[in-house]
Design a binder for this molecule. Structure first.
Ligand code: WT7
Length: 658
């Protein structure tokens, strides 16, 4: 590995506050209290396969029941529910309509300029069928990959479900990524169609999505892409390429409102979603049909337990896994009402979220710690101006939440009245893995508490041995679960090496290594301590340091670059780059700006370095590895501690200190 991960595992402060589970008034709670919870945990532990079998039969619709629950004969490649036939869009739409819920609102959407749409299950079903038929007209067949590069509009969810309906895996690319990043993902996935919009509203600007698609496709650089379907959203003028580009509003409305759901095999791909790792280019995480559907469905039901009259809001973007599992698939598979918002809070609209909660009477609110910290900073007087009394449950996801932010969230937004669910998971896990069940598990500020039923986790050292209570170590998952990623698109070797062979296997058993450090306390509660690999988490967005380094060195003036995360009060981590220049090139303020925009162009605005430091040399070991640990200390203004004896040239450190 390129750096020394264990250096970052250190014990965090003890947190002694405990909050008792909440007793919601419920006719039928999905998990009604501690006894019920323990019963489920125990039965999942005693007979895991029977447990998953029962849940899969109870919670999903099957055109044909499965023959086996789990095939783990070729680890780390799992097969779940083999022999079964189902369809995720059927589970999200048809079965609710067949249950008399056709008139229930599936999606409430509020656009950035304040326009609102309410879409019932019946209407959503018809839109999905029409879009599915249009995709077929564009030549899309089962197994073909469809890419989405969309703003947060209902058409994004419609397109995802339409793909699922006809068995075309989707690959959603976050609209904030650059055309370069989009191109890489289109090429890697061999996408046949791109669904996009003329533009999207982002903060107070309009981003030109269609232009970015045009740039990505220039010079026939993605030869597999035959058509581009464009939603009209901002009325930007866009160039149109006849024979390749189609307007959504011209192609979709005339389609038939019926499109039978394809009978999919359990292990057929549902989607590919790219995420950053510690080496090389982003990897396409593959999720398949039944296992993913079951996991998104069950976790949503267990944790949020949304009642028929309730409105649930997750503030993520559909471009991330949180949007996939907890805006689209989890809520819709459960027949819930999911709220979707096109915008984000910002200085010009600081009360945007609270206004929405008041206006749409949101009951369950799920957001990221970075947003909470930003709200804290602008003061409680803003949320205090709104009626937030509809809220009954608050969730967080994406990064560790510090106890102060947790307490503020509880007191100011939840008025001491709403439990907080801190949910730990990843793109790779498909759904939440560690989280309190609000009716059953006491919470402690800053802890994601305990693994969900059926999930077995541990904290181990580099030898794969469990560490003692309160000792830091690597967080691992010890058994396969239905929502686990199946492989990396086109690179099963990397899948095995990154997740299953990073740590030494114990007794020949493969365990999944998540990339995070953690500690388990005396009550069995887990405290996530952040990434221990070369991945950084900036405002809940995951970025590979090497990805940013390659973006920097792709600039002709840059010889070498090393990127590290520096702790940041608001963003969690901020990106700091150390750069050496090609000989004959000079450091300058202008070059600094140029290099920052170069990274934005290569990856997207989320990867813009906060700081770039020019240096004559980078600290390296004798074998040529960059010593990121030293750079991390320098970037955070800490004293460089620990062993520096492997440093090849000690003068480098002295120079950097200056
Ligand atoms: C990484 C996964 C899961 C959806 C959003 C991010 C960090 C996520 C928590 C949490 C501490 C968390 C981890 C993880 N993370 N949730 N509740 N507490 N850390 O998905 O982009 O795949 O990133 O986010 O470091 O490995 P992702």
């Amino acid at each position: 590995m390129g750096s020394e991960p264990s250096a970052r595992i250190e014990t965090v402060l003890q947190e002694e506050r405990v909050f008792e589970p909440s007793q919601f008034v419920r006719k039928e709670a999905s998990i009604s209290g501690i006894d019920h919870y323990l019963k489920i945990i125990d039965s999942a532990k005693a007979h895991p396969e029977r447990f998953w079998q029962e849940e899969a039969l109870k919670e999903l619709h099957w055109f044909k029941p499965f023959e086996s629950v789990l095939d783990w004969s070729n680890p780390p490649f799992a097969r779940w529910f083999d022999g079964g036939k189902t369809n995720v869009s059927y589970n999200c739409l048809d079965r609710h309509i067949n249950n008399g819920k056709g008139e229930k609102v599936a999606i409430i959407w509020e656009g950035e300029p304040g326009d609102v749409r309410r879409i019932t299950y019946k209407e959503l079903f018809e839109e999905v069928c029409k879009t599915a038929n249009a995709l077929k007209d564009l030549g899309i067949k089962k197994g073909d990959l469809v890419a989405l590069y969309m703003p947060m509009v209902p058409e994004a969810a419609i397109a995802m479900l339409a793909c699922a309906r006809i068995g075309a895996p989707h690959s959603v690319v976050f609209g904030g990524f650059s055309s370069e990043a989009l191109r890489d993902r289109l090429i890697d996935g061999q996408a046949k169609v791109v669904i996009t919009a003329d533009g999207g509203f982002r903060k107070d600007k309009i981003i030109s999505l269609k232009d970015a698609v045009d740039t990505a496709l220039e010079d026939n650089s993605c030869p597999t892409v035959k058509s581009v379907l464009v939603v009209k959203r901002t009325n930007e003028s866009v160039s149109f390429n006849a024979g390749r580009d189609y307007w959504w509003h011209e192609l979709i409305p005339s389609q038939s409102k019926e499109c039978p759901a394809e009978h999919m095999d359990s292990e057929d791909r549902l989607f590919v979603l790219y995420t950053s790792g510690s080496t090389g280019k982003p990897k396409g995480v593959v999720h398949t049909t039944s296992g993913y559907n079951l996991w998104a469905h069950l976790t949503f039901k267990w944790i949020f337990d949304v009642q028929d009259n309730e409105v649930y809001w997750c503030t993520a973007d559909v471009g991330w896994i949180t949007g996939h599992s907890y805006i689209v698939y989890g809520p819709l598979s459960n027949g819930s009402t999911t709220f979707m918002y096109e915008g984000v809070p910002r200085p010009s609209k600081p009360g945007a979220f609270w206004e929405i909660i008041q206006k749409h009477k949101i009951n369950i609110f799920y957001t990221a710690p970075t947003a909470i910290r930003a709200f804290m900073k602008s003061g409680r007087s803003i949320p205090d101006n709104y009626d937030l009394s509809s809220l009954r449950l608050l969730g967080t996801v994406g990064e560790p939440i510090n106890p102060e932010a947790w307490m503020w969230y509880r007191e100011v937004i939840g008025r001491d009245n709403c439990p907080i669910v801190d949910t730990w998971w990843q793109t790779e896990t498909g759904g939440v893995m560690i989280s309190p069940i609000p009716t059953a598990v006491s919470t402690k500020p800053g802890s994601a508490t305990m693994p969900l039923p059926g999930i077995e986790v541990d904290v181990v050292n580099a030898e794969g041995e469990s560490v003692e209570t309160d000792q830091g170590g690597y967080l691992v998952i010890k058994r396969p679960w239905p929502g686990m990623m199946r492989t990396i698109h086109g690179n099963s070797k990397r899948f095995r090496e990154t997740y299953w062979e990073y740590l030494k296997p114990r007794d020949g058993e493969l365990v999944y290594f998540a990339g995070d450090g953690a500690r388990r306390d005396k009550d069995g509660y887990y405290w996530i301590m952040g990434r221990v690999d070369d991945v950084i988490n900036v405002s809940g967005h995951r970025l590979g340091t090497m990805e940013i380094e390659s973006a920097l060195v792709s600039h002709p003036f840059v010889a070498e670059a090393a990127v590290v995360g520096r702790p940041d009060e608001l963003k969690g981590e901020a990106i700091v780059a150390f750069v050496t220049l090609e000989s004959g090139k000079e450091f300058s303020e202008d070059l600094l700006i140029i290099l920052k925009s170069h990274v934005v162009q290569e990856i997207g605005a989320i990867a813009r370095p906060e700081e770039i430091r020019f240096t004559n040399a980078l600290p390296k070991t004798r074998s040529g590895k960059i010593m990121r640990r030293l750079l991390r200390s320098l970037a955070s203004g800490e004293e460089v501690k620990g062993d520096t004896s492997t440093l090849e040239d000690r003068n480098v450190l002295d120079e950097l200190r200056k």
